[in-house]
Design a protein around this ligand. Structure first.
Ligand code: URA
Length: 221
């Protein structure tokens, strides 16, 4: 299922991001009330082109991990904390022609951009209503748990906590009244940059599989 966001929230985001280097718009995708909501950082170039979240190189790594614990693209909800591709502008000289060409590579979203999309993400989270939130990497983790949270410390473990939500009274966040179940993971791109992380990431996903299994056993008692 491709989600349709409320037009008033989309208009607010448009205003808050005016003039920023952001392009495209990739909606979240998946069923409502899923067991897992996977939360990335922002779409990359591939996602911008095909409009499917996590459909590029990181997405392929992610799907292998998802499938390793018995889920699939159809059974999980996939989104990110920013809905547009953040890019920078680089002017580089083409080695063959000697001409200067403009490139627009992906970049990490700024904290301000993550905050600009926060009301949209909050709405999406309530609408989708997943059992467990899986932030992938520091950008998603810190959006939910604040700037001191670190994926190197929190990956591969279950956490029950309030999360940050956009504070309607200001430009920052406030803590949710509700407690959420989270299971932070390294971003799948981390494996692409550092293959030595692969066994750790695979073990983290196995732990998530076990956690979900135990959660359902408790619920069925
Ligand atoms: N990285 C993300 O965080 N999300 C995507 O959809 C692709 C890459």
């Amino acid at each position: 299922m491709i989600i349709e966001y409320p037009t008033d929230l989309l208009a607010d985001v448009k205003k808050a991001t005016a003039g920023r280097r952001l392009t495209g718009f990739t909606p979240g995708q998946g069923p409502r009330q899923p067991e897992l909501m996977l939360i990335g950082e922002a779409p990359g170039r591939h996602e911008e082109q095909v409009n499917i979240p996590f459909s590029g190189a990181s997405g392929q790594e992610l799907m292998k991990l998802v499938e390793s614990i018995g889920y699939s693209r159809q059974t999980v909800y996939i989104t990110s904390v920013v809905r547009q591709r953040p890019y920078s502008i680089k002017r580089v000289r083409d080695k063959k022609t000697g001409q200067v060409v403009e490139k627009t590579p992906n970049r990490t979203p700024t904290k301000g951009e993550v905050r600009a999309f926060a009301p949209l993400f909050d709405w999406e989270l309530h609408y989708v209503d997943p059992q467990v939130l899986v932030p992938l990497g520091n950008t998603a983790l810190q959006r939910l748990l604040g700037p001191q949270a670190n994926i190197g410390q929190l990956h591969g473990q279950a956490i029950t906590s309030a999360i940050q939500e956009a504070d309607p009274a200001g430009k920052g966040y406030r803590w949710s009244k509700r407690q959420y179940r989270l299971f932070p993971m390294y971003h799948p791109a981390a494996i692409l940059y550092a293959r030595r992380l692969q066994p750790t990431v695979e073990a983290d996903w196995q732990r998530l599989g076990q956690f979900m299994h135990n959660l359902h056993r408790q619920e069925n008692k």
